[in-house]
Design a protein around this ligand. Structure first.
Ligand code: SF4
Ligand code: SF4
Length: 165
């Protein structure tokens, strides 16, 4: 396990340890949020943004606690989080493709059908994917994009680079 305080990059084992990774059973039931908010910062946007009361904090500087049974994977928090620290993964679909919904800061925004290179938490190329949906959050204006990727990549893909329009 690498120390994200030294590298600036969080790894999956750390996320598991922090309670941010749902059980396999929950993962396969439907889309669900993966929070990667690992610093104790004074922010609770996710808590009051979630329409299903699936996110909580005892105090402002706690890390968020996600109730995976309440989370519907709606994705609202992805476009609201100022830290770009929330993702939604979906491995419940039939076939080999899973979906990752992620915040995307770079302009121009991707379009449905775009081919993309998918990047891991360190910015390394993890493979290729396809944009299935993109929209702008109605409150923050942030772009949110859903990409189809091989199912085995959904817990690693956290950014995209458009390669074909
Ligand atoms: S994906 Fe939707 S239901 Fe789940 S934590 Fe985010 S806002 Fe709440
Ligand atoms: S809104 Fe984002 S940065 Fe703020 S506490 Fe929630 S997950 Fe962390």
């Amino acid at each position: 396990m690498t120390d994200f305080k030294e590298t600036g990059v969080v790894d999956l084992k750390t996320l598991v340890k922090m309670g941010y990774v749902p059980s396999d059973v929950r993962l396969h039931r439907g889309p669900v949020a993966i929070y990667e908010c690992v610093e104790e910062i004074p922010c609770d946007v996710c808590v009051f943004s979630c329409p299903f009361n699936a996110v909580s904090k005892n105090k402002m500087t706690d890390i968020p606690k996600v109730d995976f049974e309440r989370c519907t994977g709606c994705g609202v928090c992805v476009g609201r989080c100022p830290g770009l620290a929330v993702f939604v993964v979906d491995v419940s679909r039939e076939g080999d493709e899973g979906y990752v919904t992620l915040p995307h800061e770079l302009l121009p925004p991707p379009s449905q059908g775009d081919a993309v290179v998918v990047l891991d938490r360190e910015g390394g190329e993890a493979g290729t994917g396809r944009v299935v949906k993109t929209y702008r959050d109605r409150l923050t204006g942030s772009w949110v994009t859903t990409v189809a990727v091989p199912k085995n990549l959904v817990m690693n893909v956290r950014a995209i680079r458009v390669i074909k329009r």
